[in-house]
Design a protein around this ligand. Sequence first.
Ligand code: PRP
Length: 180
Amino acid sequence: MKTIDEQGYHFEEWLTPQEIAQDVAQVADRISKDYQEKEPLFVVVLNGAFVFAADLIRALKDIRCEVTFIRVSSYWGMSSTGKLEFIVPLQQVVDNRDVVIVEDIVDTGLTIHQLKAHLRGLGAASIRVATMLFKPRKLEYDDAKPDYIGREITDEFVIGYGLDFDGFERNLDAIYKVKE
Ligand code: PRP
């Protein structure tokens, strides 16, 4: 069993690189079928999703697509509408495009909930979500349920394959779970 120690926490390997590759292939196959006749725009949510996105787009089959990036910070402010802060704003026109948001993990769903509203406002023709990991028990926003999921996970803290611990460990090629 491979282990990692980071800032006093002990992590054990949960998904091997081979298992991750199988999950990515399964997601890529489904997207390839669903977007056969379209030219999707993949919107990769930085930072965590860059590793999954790099593998996912290369595993797509016979798809003509574009890839762009966004970095957001989402929170509910004093107003009831919520706020989305653009740390790296969207560079691409999404009007009339079939958008696939790419995430490393969907947790409460707040980020996706707000990002979807933003992209709808910009005129996206359709919006779906692909994520490597999904925590269904943590989901607080119905419209944030991902369309393409690599693996479901309970409420454990995970690192590796893009997921960080205070900015570190994103480069691990496996996904590790914290051990109490
Ligand atoms: C993580 C993840 C999602 C978001 C999910 O990003 O990449 O964007 O949190 O959480 P939510 O479903 O509760 O909104 P994070 O803010 O950790 O930034 P990072 O991608 O740069 O690590």
